[in-house]
Ligand binder design. Structure first.
Ligand SMILES: [Zn+2]
Length: 240
């Protein structure tokens, strides 16, 4: 089988997975029109379980033991084996450039524990749910594209979170989100309303050159480190 063609030479990323039959890309990198969401979620469920079973972390072990999330119903054991053979222990969880179908009430990352995770350049075709997601390490969303609602409310970023260059086309929700490390929103575009109310930034927060085209709400957000809003543009109403 042919390898998936997706690669970003600049960051030395090349997809380790096999292309879908008759296609140039794997199920994760195939354009939205070319894949069945059901098939995508089955693969993602299996990939996530493979990643989790390969990671030493109490929170993740506990999550695996409880087996409450949708991934345990939709996984496929053969695929788990396949993904385990493709990933290396101790490495970042890669979702680089993945093209996600619209998330719904079931298929989302709400309440998931995630390890060092890279969603750089990922495309979220519809709503993206990361409510109460616990990122235990680095969380990379640079240049990611969110086409629908993107909800990170009450999520916890224990390491650095990088949303630089990301584009939010719809609502962006970071209500009560906790950023324990650096929070990077440099050059981030918010086309819809952006809510950072009650968010806590314990490290430095970089909103330089960010653009807010809708309503921007930072009410009762707490900045313990430096908050850089240099050259940020607010076109709509904005509340601090
Ligand atoms: Zn791929």
């Amino acid at each position: 089988m042919a390898e998936c063609r997706y690669s970003i030479p600049k960051i030395r990323y090349s997809c380790p997975f096999e292309a879908e039959e008759g296609e140039e890309y794997c199920i994760f990198h195939l354009p939205k029109e070319k894949k069945e969401p059901k098939e995508f979620w089955k693969h993602l469920a299996s990939y996530l379980i493979a990643l989790m079973e390969n990671t030493e972390d109490e929170k993740i072990k506990d999550f695996l033991n409880r087996r409450e999330a949708w991934i345990f119903q939709e996984k496929d054991d053969v695929l788990i084996g396949y993904y385990k053979s493709k990933i290396e222990k101790g490495k970042r969880w890669e979702f680089t450039g993945f093209i996600f179908p619209e998330m719904d009430g079931e298929h989302n990352f709400n309440n998931f524990p995630l390890w060092d995770a890279d969603f750089e350049r990922a495309q979220f075709s519809g709503n993206a749910g990361f409510i109460r997601t616990k990122f235990s390490g680095y969380a990379g969303f640079s240049w990611a594209q969110f086409s629908g609602y993107a909800v990170f409310s009450e999520a916890q970023f224990s390491g650095d979170a990088d949303f630089s260059g990301a584009e939010f086309s719809g609502y962006a929700g970071f209500i009560r989100t906790k950023f324990s490390g650096y929070a990077g929103f440099s050059g981030t575009q918010f086309s819809g309303n952006a809510y950072f109310s009650l968010a806590r930034f314990s490290g430095n927060a970089d909103f330089s050159k960010s653009q807010f085209f809708g309503y921007a709400n930072f009410r009762e957000a707490q900045f313990s480190g430096n908050a850089n809003f240099g050259f940020a543009q607010f076109s709509g109403e904005c509340q601090f």
